[in-house]
Design a protein around this ligand. Sequence first.
Ligand code: F6R
Length: 617
Amino acid sequence: MCGIVGYTGFRDAYDVVINGLRRLEYRGYDSAGVILEKADGEFEIKKTKGKVDNLVAISKELHNTSRLGMGHTRWATHGVPSDNNSHPHVSNNGKIAIVHNGIIENYDTIKTMLINKDYSFKSETDTEVLVNLIQYFMDKEPSLTFADAVRFALNEVYGAYAVSVLHEDFPGQIIVARLGSPLAIGIGDNEYFVASDASPFVEFTKEAVYLEEGHMATISLTDGIDIRTIKENTRIEPVVQELRFNLEQIEKGGFEHFMLKEIFEQPKSILDTMRGRLLVDEGIIKMAGIWDHLERLTNAERIIIIACGTSWHAGLIGEYLIEEFARIPVEVEYASEFRYRNPIVSSKDIVIAISQSGETADTMAAIKLAKEKGAFVYGICNVVDSSIARFTDAGSYTHAGPEIGVASTKAFTAQLTILSLIAIKIGHHNGNLGKAEFMRLITELDAIPKKVEEVLNSVDKTVKEIAAKFVDANNFLYLGRGYNFPAALEGALKLKEISYIHAEGYPAAEMKHGPIALIDENMPIVIIAPKIGHYDKIVSNVQEIKARKGKVIAIVNKGDTQVAAMADYIIEIPETAECFSPILASIPLQLLAYYIAVDRGANVDQPRNLAKSVTVE
Ligand code: F6R
């Protein structure tokens, strides 16, 4: 999704903006632009299709020419990626400049109105409509302040946005606003930063104000930060928060890609997720979010899990966990479907919303709907203070640390860890899990970080070699049963999103109902086959595949002989309880996708067309 960076202070604005845009690259984008306010108040703008490097190539002479600037990485929504459609966009009179993340849904009506009043447009974007609407209000009422004109314009549009706006006649001012898309303001000593998240400025300041929904802020060195509601123009006191991550956490730390770094961080990130919550010696699970609402959660007639993408896969495993241990019926829904299908939800339901970024527009809208219908919404988010984290009734952070690679890895295993804790906790509380079983499960969960480490150390080389054999494959099938069916879906998603190889995940038993027709000597099939649950059935599935000459890559337990004897390639993982096996199985699946993508020369951290936080529907 689009990224916004802005700066006013004593540093070189160009450097702050360009470096900030690099930190937001993980969000996914197709063009980039920068605007600087020169000493005489005039703007200098450079923008281009392509990467931040392309922007630097055409703009480096702007280095050290300004102390105030803004930058943008665009993820195309209205109009193709092109120099023209890139941000910033400037109003007809050349005085107002804007960068924008999100979608203005009624842009067409406003554009027609403006065209009828002789405004013209150079791009196909909704953003250029908004900047001209601001000019329109100032043309109509020349005594209007810049902030009022921005506010008037924002009251006319609907959709989701975060914007940052400059005006040549109001030098030194940056106006930002948000409705649906995140925006953070960094507060330094005699300097201010604005950005889509805090990563562009965490190296300069640890103090930030997260702009709330429907708020706008006028920022200047002379007058500080003035926050108002967009609708009523009511003044709001800024709430300054301390950033809880550091620069090191958002850098690659010697790894070739963020994705690889994040895969290898999992022993620690899972441990961080459990830290202070799983107290095996005391025989308890202590989770503030759950604790405060335990009765409500325990007495829920139904739990509905809503999420998108990888988080949805975690939700599916959550369904297996909660139904097995807490014996509460669970439904798992794509947030994007839930929000539009008038679902039956009541105050007796608990909704669990899962989101790494905490900003996914569909998930946010689904939560709003669930709350309107009276449900209690519990959030599982990774990004602290994200919109979803703040909007839900209660929740638990996954504490996996910043995830920069677009393909979710450590956030997924952290989500599985939290869901395991929740399911076991509720199950123990409502009497479905006896003490002995509870202790067995938490002892095993406690051992998971070590086992993940063991997997990483033992399979990396094997997976790399297997990946090299399949670099030219056009299709992949991923199969698993029970808890490992959603793990198969996740494995397939990982491969397709970063390597662009078509991959499908299926419950292994479903193979005979269609996908088996695809199997021949050219079809690689990844099958998750630890010796648990219905292992004998998986053995039969492997036999069926081999009878059709499919190439089997099997994830098996150490020392497995039956599947190993039939498979073309095996990847060994340690034994664990069935319910935690997706955590261990996910590690080689992540590595397989990673190495295949690297071998194909793909940009693993920023795959084409994808964005890290999907703030448009
Ligand atoms: C896949 C991936 C996406 C996200 C999805 C939801 O690797 O990252 O499928 O899982 O866009 O994002 P969050 O979890 O931020 O709501």
